[in-house]
Design a protein around this ligand. Structure first.
Ligand SMILES: [Zn+2]
Length: 184
């Protein structure tokens, strides 16, 4: 999971590559590269493609842990899937809020959830981008999430659900969204 296979126990804030003259490199990890804080420095291969990819995976792995996501796939895919899921959830929540009676808005459980998910989306997008996932792919995942929510909404609208069924929508849909993203 880390690029620093050249070294054993060293301060992970440092490059740590073994020097030909003995000892290890004391430059900051990722010094002079686009992955500052991770991996070896520019002078020890840090700017090479394989090192950059390894550093990006380390960054993504850490973010995935922060967000409490499963790390069964490439951590960069896990981050993108989370962008996708969150965008879908936000769209869904927005819809729930729009149909609230103005008197219900302040007490609605949707509001804090909506705020929380929006903040989460920003954090996940930021983490994905800093893990080297291009902005274009992040935006794409966001759009797909929104699209997905639109489709689900359309289907539910066409079904003319009974009040009992409609009441279960808020439980069933987020569950399904999550399951979908988990297998994707
Ligand atoms: Zn170095």
């Amino acid at each position: 999971m880390t690029v620093k296979e050249t070294t054993e126990d060293h301060d992970s804030c440092l490059c740590g590559a073994r020097k030909r003259t003995g000892g290890t490199c004391g430059r900051p990890a990722g010094w002079g590269t686009d992955h500052a804080g991770y991996g070896t420095c520019k002078l020890h291969g840090g700017a090479m493609r394989n090192h950059r990819i390894a550093a990006q995976k380390s960054i993504a792995s850490e973010a995935v842990k922060v967000f409490g996501l499963d790390l069964e796939v490439d951590p960069r895919d896990a981050l993108l899937a989370e962008v996708h899921r969150t965008a879908g959830a936000i769209d869904w929540l927005r819809e729930q809020i729009q149909v609230l009676d103005p008197t219900e808005v302040t007490d609605s459980p949707w509001i804090p959830l909506y705020r929380q998910e929006r903040k989460h989306l920003i954090d996940v997008c930021r983490a994905a981008i800093s893990a080297g996932i291009e902005e274009r792919r992040v935006r794409l995942a966001e759009q797909q999430g929104t699209l997905l929510a639109d489709v689900i909404r359309g289907i539910l609208g066409d079904l003319d659900l009974t009040p009992d069924q409609a009441a279960r929508v808020s439980e069933v849909v987020p569950q399904r969204l999550r399951a979908l993203v988990d297998v994707a």
